[in-house]
Each structure stands twice: as C-alpha cells, then as structure tokens.
Design a protein around this ligand. Structure first.
Ligand code: UD1
Ligand code: CA
Length: 437
C-alpha cells in the first residue's frame, strides 16, 4: 500500500436537522472532540493519506475554523446549496484534476470508523485492482440505508436509495455503508454525468456504481465486519450512544493492556488517553482530551482529568480533583479536593486537600504557570496564584495565599495570627439568655 497515493473527501455539508441545535452536527463533541475530528483522525492515521478535503456547507465558517486550527493537510471546500452527496464530491474535483491515485470518501458524521478498517478497505481495493470499491454492511433492519443491488450472478451492479427502492429491493439486507474508494482517474468522469431525477431530487454519489458498471470497470464491495463502525450520528440520542460505544472500546483496550478499571459503567476515558499497567481507575472518573498516565497510579474516585495531563508513575489523583494541562512527576499525591491547572509538579510532591492553582486572570485572559519542585508540599486550602514557583522541599502553611516565589526548604505562610477568646461563647449565651428574660 505504501507506494499508493491516497487523498480523502469527507462529506460534512449537511445540516443535521435532527440534532435540534445551533451547532453544526459535525461539531458536536464526544470527550471534547468534535465528531468530525474522529473521522479526520482515523483518516490521517493512515500515514499514506496525503491530503483531505472536507465538504462544508451548513455553518461552513465554524466547521472551517475547527478544521483549519487542527489539521494542516486539510482543505475545506464549500458546497452551497447542498444538492446531494454526488454534488458534494464533485465540489472537490477541481482540486484533484491531475491526481493519479485513490480517493476515499467518508461521511463526517461517523466517528466510530477506525483506521484499521479503512486500511483493510483500501488494501482490499488495491489487491483487487478495483476501480471502485463500496463498503457494505449487513443489517437485520436496513431501513433508511441505500441497498446493494446484485444481479443473478451476485455481481454488484447498483445502489438504490430506500426512497427509490421497489418492495423487492427494500428486502435486501446488504446496505451501502457510505464509504468509498475510487481510482480517481477512472471514476472522476462519473460526476459530470450524474442526474437528479430521483425521489429526493438530489445528485446521488451512489449512482457512480451504475456508471462504472456500464463502463465495464472493476466494481467491488467490501463487507464491513463490525457494523458499529459506520454508526452515523443524526440526533443527540445517537450522539450519546456513540459516546458509550467509543468509551467501552477505550476501556476494553486499556484493561487488556493491564489497567484496572473498577467500574466500567461510571468510568469515561477518551481515546487519546494512554495509561500504564497496574494503574487503578476508581469509579466516576472522567478523562477527556489527550493525556498520558503512568504505571501503578491510583485515579479517583470522582476525578476529572481534562486533557494535556502528563502523569508519571505511582501518582495518586484522588476524589474531587481536577487536573488540566499539567505535568505531574513520579510518586506525587494530589489526593483530595484540588484544582491543578497549567502546572508542573515534581516528584514526591504532596498537595494538601483543597489546594488551588489560580492559573487564570479573567480580565487579561492570561493563563499562567504554577511550578512546584520535587518534595515540596502545600498545606490544606493553599491558593497558589500563578505565575509562581514553590522551590524544592518548600512548604506552605494551611490556608495560605501564595503570590510570590518560595525558595527551597522555606515555609511560606499568610495566615493571620490565631486569637483565642476564653469563655467567649459562654458569655454570649449568658448575655443572650439574660436579655430575653
Ligand atoms: C447516504 C447514501 C446511502 C447510504 C448512507 C450511509 C447517498 C445518495 N446515499 O445516504 O446509500 O446507505 O449514506 O450512511 O449518498 N452531504 C453533503 N452534501 C449534500 C448532502 C449530504 O455534504 O449535499 C453529507 C452529509 O452532511 C452527510 C453525508 O453527506 O455527512 C451523507 O448524507 P445524507 O444525506 O445523510 O445521506 P443518507 O441519506 O444517509
Ligand atoms: Ca440522511
């Protein structure tokens, strides 16, 4: 496969009416990552894919902003108005006029598609020297999908949309999964000949099958093994279902690699979180974004890791602790009720209960760093106002607000002197009950 040139087209211009949202469908997130991001990542993980085209239309600017700020090798192409999937692909054609390689087409709303499946799909196309390969799937309830039509000799000849299908065609259980691999040179001619004389008045991408069969080109179908992978998101119910499927997949993979997960039902871990063997994840842990967690750690219960965390070995992240974009070295404990954001914690650090790294200035909108060196510890309820450094082995007193750097081995304390008034409560009670007589 490595000698083949591959580009992708991702269809994402549709409105997604059933999401009932102001946000375009493909920007709805699972673990803080838009569903379009999952599709782009699966495609980009095939290292031989050199360029992607995302077809945008509905809320085009917002989708383009996401793509531009996250994917270098990806161009957005506007389709307005949206005249169908065939018209959508055709919008990318001007950018591919001299391209001699494969084009894969994927829908932007199927975040569960894996690189492994796309890879074996493209391999299949390659091995069969096909001009066009369509991914198909067998569904007991094929409703709403285009049906794979075969002739008497089982030869794949066409795709018929549900709305255009005869009763006999509707009984077919093999459906079009909506993923295609095209030899661009031999198939691109199909797009200018597409017609919209069908039930939906759209230019159907699926009609390229008939076109290629009529030209005696080599048209293949690749049957998907795990139907979950083409699960498309059209509603918030399906968004939640996709999150569950993805989460189960991530958790299973982690357990197989040696991570102990106590309650698989209440644990949520993003696909881009790596966790070392013998780390224990306790119930109600929510981990989003990209993170690296070492071996033999204990996370939870009730911890929230928000992305950008790089956590070493033997680290304890306890209950009601939130970690964001922070480095935490080996043998450090953040055991209870703390917020650690934009921070660097050395090894053997002990963070007392209720410690807060005050990293954000809401007026300047600047985020600053807190650095806590090896062996340092914070007393309960310390507030570290960033930018600030706590030196090696330094200590803060409980309840202190630290606004200046603390030198190694020093104690920093901002507590006001304790005063004790003997008999104060007793006197008050007497005064009060005396007055009411
Ligand atoms: C399509 C297929 C159907 C297949 C199904 C698999 C066609 C005609 N039918 O149907 O055979 O079983 O996918 O999920 O292709 N889009 C655009 N521009 C448009 C229209 C759609 O970018 O003008 C995008 C949508 O945003 C979506 C994707 O294309 O991401 C699929 O479009 P959709 O209308 O949902 O196609 P289906 O009716 O599901
Ligand atoms: Ca649809």
């Amino acid at each position: 496969m490595s000698d083949k040139k591959v580009k992708s087209i991702i269809l994402a211009a549709g409105k997604g009416t059933r999401m009932k949202s102001k946000l375009p469908k493909v920007l709805h997130t699972i673990f803080d990552k838009p569903i379009l991001g999952y599709v782009l990542d699966s495609v980009n993980n095939l290292d031989y894919v050199s360029e992607n085209f995302v077809i945008i239309g509905h809320e085009a600017q917002r989708v383009e902003d996401f793509v531009k700020s996250n994917y270098e090798n990806t161009k957005c192409v506007l389709q307005s108005p949206q005249l169908g999937t065939g018209d959508a692909v055709n919008k990318a054609a001007p950018y591919l006029s001299n391209f001699d390689g494969y084009v894969i087409i994927v829908c932007g709303d199927t975040p569960l598609i894996t690189s492994e499946t796309l890879n074996s799909f493209i391999d299949f196309h390659d091995h069969n020297h096909a001009d066009l390969t369509v991914m198909s799937a067998i569904f007991d309830n094929p409703k709403n999908y285009g049906r794979i039509i075969r002739d008497k000799n089982k030869k794949f000849t066409a795709i018929v949309e549900e709305k255009d299908a005869t009763t006999e065609q509707k009984s077919v259980k093999e459906v079009n999964a909506g993923i295609y691999c095209l030899n661009w040179k031999s198939i691109s001619g199909a797009f200018s000949s597409l017609q919209n004389n069908n039930a939906q008045g759209e230019y159907y991408l699926t009609d390229i099958v008939k076109w290629a069969v009529n030209k005696n080109l080599n048209v293949q179908s690749y049957i998907l093994e795990n139907n979950e992978e083409i699960f498309g998101i059209n509603s918030k119910v399906q968004l939640a279902q996709a999150c569950q499927i993805l989460n189960s997949r991530n958790i299973l993979k982690l357990m197989e690699s040696g991570v102990q997960i106590v309650d698989t039902q209440s644990t949520y871990i993003s696909s881009e979180t790596e966790i070392g063997a013998d780390t224990i994840i306790l119930p109600n842990v929510y981990i989003t974004g990209k993170n690296k967690i070492g071996e033999n750690c204990k996370i939870g219960p009730f911890s929230h890791i928000r992305g950008g965390a790089v956590i070493g070995n033997n680290v304890r992240i306890g209950n009601f602790v939130e970690i964001k974009k922070s480095i935490i070295k080996d043998n450090t404990n953040v055991s209870h009720l703390s917020y650690v954001g934009d921070a660097e914690l050395g090894s053997h650090v002990n963070i007392g209960a209720g410690t807060i790294t005050a990293n954000y200035n809401p007026i300047t909108k600047v985020k600053s760093k807190t650095i806590i060196k090896d062996g340092a510890n914070t007393g309960s309820n310390s507030v570290l106002v960033a930018p600030v450094t706590l030196g090696e082995m330094a200590s803060t007193g409980a309840g202190s607000i630290i606004t200046k750097d603390v030198e190694p081995y020093a104690l920093a304390i901002t507590r006001s002197p304790l005063k004790i008034f003997s008999q104060w409560v007793k006197n008050k009670i007497e005064q009060y009950s005396g007055g009411s007589k």
